[in-house]
Design a protein around this ligand. Structure first.
Ligand code: BGC
Length: 437
């Protein structure tokens, strides 16, 4: 592995609902994922995040795993309904206490806490009032950012407002395969705009409470047209505008792109200035490129997603394409030029069906190959002048993978869910050695 610049941040990521469990302790309110997971047929294995990895009780053990890994940062998310059970009003002290202990434990272990404020677990009470379709949710989000930063302030070394607002809009509100399960197709645009507005208002709230840098974590996927024809290219451009530009152009001061569904009547005077408040870091989550072709006649979408041939595949059937990470980093640089802030890759990882062998060891050579390729892609992008200053593996632990329940394992650490026993995989040792070097 080639050398990375001194001070490069190596980390791992998780999110609250996927690992914490303990969903009814300390006054935590229900979130949209508690509700959604209970609806028959929503989650492939019929499970919920009620226990997940029981991290709420085992955070000290998990902090020791982070210390053993030697990472300089840990990205976790804060559960909004632990802080404000109904998404409004005063913060629950007990809810904040948990993150306070976690943050102090991380600092004592020499690991920078990186906190995401919203990783999709909206308080159910806010959903009942319209959720992100309701403009007021943006203001509620800023209030939550304020009360959380009032307690955790500068001890959190990087604040991330939203995780993957595109996925929350498209899978949660467009297609209905994630919570809250709405099927609005392109009528989901207000969810994009109100998340971005909430982000901008939260940036201002955070600035008033902390000197730590502020970021957002977007999901990106370079788009590959299925053929050379104009129709496939036009379809690919439409998908690219939706997936890669809808949330980034306005953040970086360019306003909304010409993407399917954009509805200017939702945007009020001044909103775009709030959204374009300067950020210090752009979080980039990358898993795979997307193949696109022109839609069939009569399709409600202006594109069709098609499998990409010629790549190895993960257990999720996602193509393993490290070149896509380099491509998208260069694309961000070319697209946004001087407007592009420092980048940290805030998620990168893969699911495989990892299981302990007869000796209890978990060998995951595919994950090592995956990470090796993606880390090299980041190095090449840095060499080409893209300002990338960090790389976080998704995920520290095998965890509850949303609509896939417990069927997809992304961790550097294997979790045996019935016993909650943690077993570092061979990729954990590989990543530890990489970080050490
Ligand atoms: C999300 C994670 C998720 C991962 C793998 C990302 O889109 O931020 O929560 O587990 O992808 O699907």
């Amino acid at each position: 592995m080639p050398d990375f610049p001194a001070g490069f941040r190596w980390g791992v990521s998780t999110s609250a609902y996927q690992i914490e469990g303990a969903t009814t302790v300390d006054g935590r309110g229900p979130s949209i994922w508690d509700t959604f997971a209970r609806e028959p047929g929503r989650i492939v294995d019929g499970t919920t995040g009620d226990e997940a990895c029981d991290h709420h009780h085992r955070y000290a053990e998990d902090t020791a795993l982070l210390a053993g890994l030697g990472v300089s940062a840990y990205r976790f998310s804060i559960s909004w309904p632990r802080i404000q059970p109904t998404g409004a009003g005063p913060a629950l002290t007990a809810g904040l206490d948990f993150y306070d202990r976690l943050v102090d434990g991380l600092l004592a272990a020499g690991v920078d806490p990186v906190a995401t404020l919203f990783h999709w677990d909206l308080p159910q009470a806010l959903e009942d009032a319209g959720g992100w379709l309701n403009r007021d949710t943006a203001a509620r989000f800023a209030e939550y950012a304020d009360v959380t930063a009032a307690r955790l302030g500068d001890r959190v070394k990087l604040w991330i407002t939203l995780n993957e607002p595109f996925i929350h809009m498209s899978l949660g509100h467009g297609m209905g395969v994630h919570a809250p399960g709405r099927v609005l197709l392109f009528d989901a645009f207000p969810v994009a705009h109100h998340q971005l507005l909430g982000h901008g208002l939260a940036v201002a709230a955070l600035r008033a409470r902390t000197a730590s840098p502020v970021a957002i974590a977007n999901n990106y996927s370079p788009v590959r047209p299925a053929g050379d024809g104009d129709a496939d290219r036009a379809a690919a451009a439409a998908y690219d505008a939706l997936h890669n530009r809808l949330f980034t152009d306005p953040l970086l001061g360019l306003g909304y792109p010409d993407a399917p569904g954009v509805d200017p009547t939702v945007v009020r005077d001044g909103d775009l200035d709030v959204i374009a408040a300067p950020i210090d870091v752009l979080g980039v989550n990358y898993y795979n490129p997307t193949g696109i072709r022109a839609p069939e006649e009569g399709s409600p979408l202006p594109f069709e997603i098609v499998p990409l041939d010629g790549y190895p595949r993960t257990a999720f059937d996602w193509p393993v394409a490290p070149d896509g990470l380099r491509e998208l980093l260069l694309q961000l640089r070319d697209r946004y030029g001087d407007a592009l802030p420092e980048i940290q890759v805030t998620e990168s990882g893969c699911a495989y069906d990892d299981a302990p062998d007869a000796q209890g060891r978990v060998n995951d050579p595919e994950r090592i190959a995956y990470l090796d390729g993606h880390v090299r892609a980041v190095h090449e992008a840095i060499g080409a002048g893209v300002p990338v200053t960090g790389y976080f593996v998704w995920s520290l632990l095998d965890n509850w993978e949303w609509a896939e329940g417990f069927t997809k394992r992304f961790g550097l650490v294997h979790v045996d869910y019935p016993t909650q026993r943690r077993t570092p995989k061979s990729s954990y040792a590989w990543f530890r050695d990489l970080v050490r070097r």
